[in-house]
Design a protein around this ligand. Structure first.
Ligand code: IMP
Length: 428
């Protein structure tokens, strides 16, 4: 039975929560495999809006086991805050499991994330300030703290001491901040240990068993393809692998068990934070799209940068992820635009590029080559099949398929759970 990977195809905020939600009734496990509380899913159920940052969106579906995989970085204060908020709204959160190998975000990494951004000035990344980058850096430098360390206080203390030897030098001598004590870090982390313990398990073993039993497992990326630390617009990226390959390393599910890869694409493009964005719209044009799409960050509330659909990126995402299904979201936001521009290639110093330029320098200089599609005025939020869409909207969807090189299996036509055109089953 299928292991399905779900990724974002652009710079994040494509509406992945809605795609998981759409297939929710056939799914047994939803695994978050990368990132931490830098993510933001907004899920609307029966008119109620839920904003999740750290928890997998499967937490809202009663028959799903939500899994925080080994590739995730966990801020324990946020974890319990989100659980408490959901419980207060009557959601049963008792099924959540957390990998013993997931890394913890200690308070000093939140501080370092913010101060390094400040020091970078013009060269800043525009991070969410949640300590994500420093925590992944610690993981790779082998000075990270893991969930399982909470169950051996002596080891935890040794690790915190080792980490603080370096971190305090940085905090005090470079960034002019106060030193952090071993006790304050250990005490804060240990205050969560008892509550966390029952949730912690060997999640890769759990998932292997689940797949053996024929259960359906969805591995859901935080962030998106162009924010992937290897395949994105480095250095303006997050610090983890948000593409399909990351689903395997971040969960322990091997590549040979993955059956399909769903990439979620917005009908236009948005990005938060700094970095190149060839189809970006500025001034009134940007404001109009931002307002129409409600493009303000779930995590930080920052206004998102908005622009036209970029098919070069869409094609790139299909190739990097091995996309088998596209889910096109927020098509309704384009209602009323005529014509609708779509970037089909770039021009860099007079040379046409049909694929992503090899170097970041060229990508920074990429000027979009637009094709103009006929728009539509009719409200499409009631459409439930491709035949319900106005011909121009249908042609737009077909163009996305053709330009990105993968079939569109569902189209989002409004924020509600049911506002979707399902073209073919995502679980096969
Ligand atoms: P970090 O993940 O906080 O280190 O931020 C690195 C970059 O990724 C910044 O440009 C963030 O705005 C961006 N980013 C991180 N998470 C998300 C997300 O869920 N959606 C969109 N952008 C994100």
């Amino acid at each position: 039975m299928p292991a399905i990977v779900l990724v974002g195809a652009q710079w994040g905020d494509e509406g992945k929560g809605k795609a998981t939600d759409l297939i929710g009734s056939s799914v047994d496990y939803v695994v978050k495999f990368n990132g931490g509380n830098n993510a933001g899913h907004t899920v609307v159920i029966d008119g109620e809006t839920y904003a999740l940052h750290l928890l997998p969106s499967g937490i809202l579906s009663p028959n799903v086991t939500p899994v925080i995989g080994n590739g995730v970085v966990v801020d324990l204060a946020v974890l319990f805050e989100e659980l408490d908020t959901l419980q207060a709204r009557g959601i049963d959160t008792s099924r959540l499991v957390v990998s013993a190998n997931a890394h913890l975000i200690p308070s000093y990494n939140r501080t370092l994330d913010k101060v390094t951004e400040r020091f970078l000035g013009q060269r800043r990344i525009g991070t969410t300030g949640r300590g994500i980058g420093p925590t992944y850096a610690d993981k790779m430098s082998r000075v990270g703290l893991r969930v399982q360390d909470l169950f051996d206080e002596k080891i935890l203390r040794q690790k915190v001491e080792g980490a603080l030897d370096q971190k305090n030098q940085l905090l005090v001598k470079v960034y002019n901040r106060r030193a952090v004590t071993v006790d304050e870090v250990v005490d804060e982390l240990m205050s969560y240990a008892d509550r966390l313990r029952p949730m912690v398990t060997d999640t890769s073993l759990l998932l292997a068993g689940a797949l053996d039993e024929g259960k359906v497992v969805i591995m859901e990326a935080g962030q998106a393809t162009l924010l992937d630390v290897d395949h994105g617009t480095y250095p303006f990226v997050t610090s983890s692998n948000a593409t399909a390959g990351g689903a395997c390393t971040g969960s322990g599910v091997p590549p040979t068990r993955v059956d399909s890869v769903i990439a979620v694409l917005k009908a236009y493009t948005t990005r938060v934070g700094e970095g190149p964005f060839p189809t970006e719209l500025f001034g009134d044009e940007g404001d109009r799209l931002r307002k129409a799409g409600g493009e303000f960050g779930t995590t930080t509330g920052r206004p998102r940068r908005c622009g036209w659909f970029d098919a070069v990126i869409g094609r790139y995402a299909t190739r990097i992820n091995g996309t088998t299904d596209l889910v096109l979201t927020k098509l309704d936001v384009l209602t009323g635009y005529d014509p609708v521009p779509v970037c089909v290639a770039y021009e860099v110093d007079g040379v046409r590029y049909d694929e992503m330029p090899m170097t970041q320098t060229d990508f920074h200089h990429a000027v979009p080559v637009f094709e103009y599609f006929e728009g539509w005025d009719d409200d499409i939020t009631g459409a439930r099949s491709m035949d319900d869409l106005p011909p121009a909207a249908r042609r737009y969807v077909e163009a996305v398929e053709r330009l990105c090189g993968a079939p569109v299996s569902a189209v989002g036509v409004g924020p509600g759970r049911e506002e979707i055109v399902a073209v073919r089953d995502l679980v096969r």
